[in-house]
Design a protein around this ligand. Structure first.
Ligand code: AMP
Ligand code: MG
Length: 402
């Protein structure tokens, strides 16, 4: 038997960040930056108008009111995209559009709504201070400023920022490609009918989706029968295209536990009983340098094992710290019991009321019972040395992706 921490330490010691890759901006969505990106020019690059209106010298219209508007001759139109070489002199104005470069000599923009909208002459009925509705060069981002640090995930807003500083490509850690395979003679594809003794296969769907939630790309494979030759053939085929392989089933103490049978002593793969519930039977190692996680078959065990062991490894592959799921400290709303010597992951319902988090166990806790997992939003993590938690105790709770 080994502890959760011992098993995780072995895993994290065997995985490394994927080599950086240069990707077109939109292809980089959801990946993690491997470079820090800075702005080559200030943003905005030039002083420009924040409104459709008229560029003026503020002092010229200091006396303007509704009752006594100031009339100014309009010398021209400046639209967004103009080269920015225009200028006005005191006593004149230019019509200007949002985003157009401020003409030299102007120090304020009067929105069209404060005027009669005139073409040759405009009557302005409100005064404005210098700087009115002007967006100054560099007021968003300074030249040389880092706009995205290495190690940040590329979200939609960051893609906008990167494009705005002129980047068409970025250097990222690619999404880890994770092959997910279930094993078991009893498993049938959802959408087909069941004979007695059969169940619909669910783990590979769940884990492929969990890979995506963890920032990877999951490739679900067809279920493999409990036959040693088939399991070996599948692993051999998948090694060439995977950054890691996740299997479920076939790793406990049964007579048909073929994953354990064929992989024991292959590469660096070894099997252990880990002091946790659910998820006791675990295997991990490298096959031809590729990490292989052999998770248990019971669906909740497979899910919890993924979050506890595979997710941190996927983060390392992306160049991120191997943090667990986001964790909060919560108050348990009812007494909770936990087996001695095991790290216990209880499905929970976490809520935030009156300024603090409260958690309750989410229904039945058998490792085959997906119903309570799918209605849970948290995993209550009870340390190995705790056997009972009275209502009101504080406990660490992992928030599940929602
Ligand atoms: P095993 O570890 O292969 O002995 O499987 C343990 C339990 O999990 C059995 O009840 C299996 O039927 C079930 N199981 C294994 N793999 C899957 C799967 N991919 N989808 C749903 N249930 C599974
Ligand atoms: Mg099985």
């Amino acid at each position: 038997m080994r502890t959760v921490d011992e098993h995780l330490t072995e895993i994290l010691g065997s995985v490394a960040p994927l080599p950086p890759l240069d990707l077109a901006l939109l292809e980089a969505q959801g990946t993690v930056l491997a470079e820090s990106v800075s702005a080559p020019v200030p943003l905005p690059p030039f002083d420009n108008s924040a409104m459709d209106g008229y560029a003026v010298v503020a002092a010229d219209i200091a006396a303007a009111t509704e009752a006594g508007p100031v009339a100014l001759p309009v010398v021209g139109d400046i639209v967004a995209g103009d080269s920015g070489v225009s200028a006005i002199r005191p006593g004149l104005t230019a019509r200007i559009m949002t985003g157009a470069p401020l003409p030299a000599g102007a120090d304020a923009v009067i929105p069209v709504e404060w005027t009669d909208g005139g073409n040759a002459t405009v009557r302005i009925s409100r005064a404005a201070p210098p700087g009115n509705y002007i967006r100054r060069a560099g007021e968003d981002v300074l030249a040389g400023q880092v706009v995205a640090e290495a190690g940040t995930r590329i979200t939609a807003a960051r893609i906008g920022m990167l494009a705005a500083v002129g980047r068409s490509r970025v250097t990222v850690r690619p999404k880890p490609r994770i092959v997910v395979v279930s094993t078991g003679d009893e498993l049938r594809e959802p959408g087909t009918s069941l004979a007695p003794g059969q169940i619909w296969e669910s783990n590979s769907f769940m884990l492929t989706a969990a890979v995506a939630e963890a920032g990877g790309t999951g490739f679900r494979q067809a279920t493999v029968q409990d036959e040693p030759a088939k399991v070996l053939e599948m692993l051999h085929d998948q090694l060439v295209r995977a950054d890691a392989i996740v299997t479920t089933g076939g790793v406990s103490m049964g007579t048909r536990d073929v994953v354990k049978e064929v992989l024991s002593g292959t590469g660096t793969v070894s099997f252990h009983k880990v002091r946790m519930r659910p998820g006791k039977p675990q295997g991990f190692g490298l096959l031809e340098g590729i990490p292989v996680f052999t998770l248990p078959g019971n669906p909740v065990s497979a899910y919890v094992s993924f979050q506890v062991f595979v997710r941190p490894a996927l983060r390392v592959m992306q160049g991120l710290p191997p943090e667990p799921l986001p964790t909060v400290s919560a108050v348990v709303a009812e007494d909770v019991k936990s087996p001695a010597g095991l790290r216990h992951f209880l499905r929970g319902r976490l809520s935030f009321t009156r300024g603090f988090y409260t958690v309750t166990a989410a229904g039945v806790q058998g490792s085959h019972q997906l119903g309570s997992l799918s209605s849970a939003n948290a995993l209550i993590e009870i340390p190995e040395d705790v056997e009972a938690m009275p209502a009101g105790s504080h406990v660490e709770v992992m928030r599940l992706p929602s």
